[in-house]
Design a binder for this molecule. Structure first.
Ligand code: ZN
Length: 430
């Protein structure tokens, strides 16, 4: 379905701003929190005692954020409606002793984060972002958003077979970015980061740094019906979920407590204190019940009535590789959000979930599509099945169809982010 300019581009313009301003999960959390604050949400600390007040609240922990809105009239047993997503994307991350080099080049030692499509990081102008931890335990965001590093590809003259035999990259030897000339000096990168952020280098006690493409997101295509940009897996869903949560708070008589849960570490299996496999979401929901005077029984009742729509990117049909896709299920850009099905529970969707998602799309007036893998192709997974199993919460896997998933620059339909947000809003409103 082609639908160029069918919708106001305001949502997608705003997504482009969010993507560009969120090179790391820590930035994604800060930018989400800022949007929530503007909408009247208030941060609560995990270390404080929580109270029974109504309204919008959120908790942040590293690269994760959980936000919820307690409407007037909510009871301790009121069920939740959760939009799940993740803040992290595959990339290159700075090693503990970063200063390295070879043959007169200064380089930065990196680890590979998640299922990185390595070739897409070659010959790009890369910036540096993340956070530093100061001696007092506080954090500062870092964003050097200009061409600073590059992983240069070997010239074709020195790799004559590359186009016939395919590009072969050694993960340890070939992915080390250059960032200047001269001899590597110990402490150089962190001194540079200190200067860039206006902190004394001696105050920096730890860091979580990564590289990002500095190229801005852009509309693409004959009618600009596509969107090219970094980290759409899965900041597209974080952004849509934030917009949906804020929109849902305007609705009168909410029968559910709407929640946004954006986790870190999805790209490497979600096993961390800020990942979906950890207790963060369960703790927040449980504490929210208890803070409103609820008992264990209330919590069990609330969880039993709770539904999670877990939103993440999926594969649009690739015109040059149609044989890799399921021939009867071809999601296309701008065809609306996708319902992701895998009977082996790589996705948590079942028939009941399909009904919930279809009802939300119908209420929002949004078209939607099915995704299922070709039986000969292994299926990816996401936080949906983890949320379902960890918390015993009914979960439906959905998302947006993209090309070039896990590339440093992905591609999706320019209308789909808006369509997803509209469906998520209808879901949260019940
Ligand atoms: Zn993802």
């Amino acid at each position: 379905m082609s639908s160029a300019h069918r919708f106001d581009r305001g949502h997608t313009d705003d997504l482009m701003t969010f993507l560009a301003a969120s090179p790391s999960p820590y930035h994604a959390v800060a930018n989400t929190a800022e949007r929530l604050e503007k909408a009247g949400f208030r941060q609560v600390a995990e270390t404080d005692a929580w109270d029974a007040t109504t309204g919008g609240k959120y908790v942040t922990r590293g690269g994760a954020i959980i936000a919820w809105y307690v409407p007037e009239g909510a009871t301790p047993a009121s069920p939740f409606r959760i939009v799940g997503a993740h803040t992290d994307s595959p990339n290159l991350r700075v090693k503990p002793l970063p200063d390295t080099g070879s043959a007169g080049w200064r380089q930065v030692a990196v680890e590979l984060y998640g299922g990185t499509l390595l070739n897409t990081w070659l010959d790009r102008d890369l910036g540096l972002s993340g956070r530093v931890t100061l001696r007092d335990g506080s954090h500062r965001l870092v964003n050097v958003d200009r061409p600073l590093l590059r992983v240069p590809q070997l010239a074709i003259h020195l790799d004559r077979g590359v186009n016939q035999d395919g590009l072969k990259l050694d993960k340890q030897k070939h992915m080390t970015p250059i960032w200047g000339l001269g001899k590597p000096n110990e402490g150089d990168l962190i001194r540079f980061v200190a200067e860039e952020t206006g902190i004394a280098a001696d105050d920096i006690a730890g860091w979580d740094l990564m590289v990002h493409s500095v190229e801005a997101p852009a509309y693409l295509g004959r009618d600009q019906e596509l969107l090219a940009g970094p980290r759409m897996d899965n900041l597209l869903s974080v952004h849509a979920g934030t917009a949906a949560l804020i929109a849902a708070t305007a609705s009168e008589g909410l029968p559910y407590i709407p929640v946004l849960a954006a986790f870190d570490h999805e790209e490497n299996g979600s096993q961390s204190d800020t990942g979906a496999e950890g207790p963060l979401l369960g703790n927040v929901l449980e504490r929210s019940v208890f803070a409103r005077g609820g008992t264990y029984e209330d919590k069990a009742r609330a969880f039993a009535g709770t539904i999670c729509l877990s939103s993440d990117t999926g594969h649009a049909v690739h015109p040059n590789y149609t044989e890799r896709h399921e021939p009867g299920h071809h999601p296309v850009p701008n065809g609306g959000p996708i319902l992701k099905v895998n009977v082996n529970q790589r996705y948590a969707t079942d028939g009941s979930g399909r009904a919930v998602f279809a009802a939300a799309c119908e209420r929002a007036g949004v078209p939607w599509q099915h995704f299922v893998s070709n039986n000969a192709m292994p299926c990816g997974t996401t936080i949906g099945p983890i949320t379902a199993a960890r918390h015993g919460i009914a979960t439906v896997d959905i998302g947006v169809a993209c090309l070039s998933m896990h590339s440093a620059r992905e591609l999706c339909g320019a209308d789909d982010p808006y369509l997803l947000a509209a469906a998520l809003t209808a879901f949260l409103e019940g």
